[in-house]
Design a protein. Structure first.
Lengths: 112, 115
């Protein structure tokens, strides 16, 4: 079946360093790839997304890249801050479709 | 901030009790979802709905049931709670449409503990 693999499951970085989370999807028809951030005691919230007609997208300190051929996409956080500490989920879905397939999550710790 | 609400936020209940977890959204979204979240983070889809009077089971088997009588309301019911039902339950909604991208808006979750 369709799945999304996400690595690493835990990531610890020093404040100011960069963090990279990688995902691989199986359904080549997927064309929408959102990233969600879940803080303690809250539901996941969309932080950035990328569509299959774009290879890279940036929003301030966060960026996503997509390699459709390899079916890989990644989240990059630069100049990490303690408030970036959270669980991050990647996901893949199809325009107009129903299901969103989530990765297993990455717990990011940013040490001050 | 997403306009999707869940009550209660925390619930501790004894085995055998019937419970209903409430979820409401004010965005007029057709699609709604229930996820069960492990302590280890992973999200498991347990129910979803395309719209009023539509409900489907998700990927993870669940003893819970859902109903969708109104667009904005998608409650989840457990007829007889057991300790194995202890978990975090997340409700979400999204737009439906041929060209829409499936951004999901999540509620804050209900943390259920069954003793």
């Amino acid at each position: 079946g369709e799945n999304v693999e996400q690595h690493p499951s835990t990531l610890s970085v020093q404040e100011g360093d960069s963090a990279v989370i990688k995902c691989t999807y199986s359904d080549s028809a997927s064309n929408y790839f959102p990233w969600y951030k879940q803080e303690l005691g809250k539901g996941p919230q969309l932080i950035i997304d990328i569509r299959s007609n774009v290879g890279e997208k940036k929003d301030q300190r966060i960026a996503v890249t997509l390699n459709k051929t390899a079916k890989h996409f990644s989240l990059h956080i630069t100049e990490t801050q303690p408030e970036d500490s959270a669980v991050y989920f990647c996901a893949a879905s199809l325009t107009g479709g129903f299901k969103t397939i989530f990765g297993a999550g990455t717990r990011l710790f940013v040490k001050a | 901030e997403a306009d999707i609400y869940q009550t209660p936020r925390y619930l501790v209940i004894g085995t055998g009790k019937k419970i209903t977890l409430e979820c409401s959204q004010t965005m007029g979204h057709d699609k709604m979802y229930w996820y069960q979240q492990d302590p280890g983070m992973e999200l498991h889809l347990i129910h979803y709905s395309y719209g009023v009077n539509s409900t489907e089971k998700g990927d993870l088997s669940s003893e819970s049931t859902v109903s969708r009588i109104r667009t904005e309301h998608f409650p989840l019911t457990l007829e007889s709670a057991r300790p194995s039902h202890t978990s975090q339950y997340l409700c979400a909604s999204s737009n439906q449409g041929g060209s829409s991208y499936n951004e999901q808006f999540f509620g804050p979750g209900t943390r259920l503990t069954v003793l």
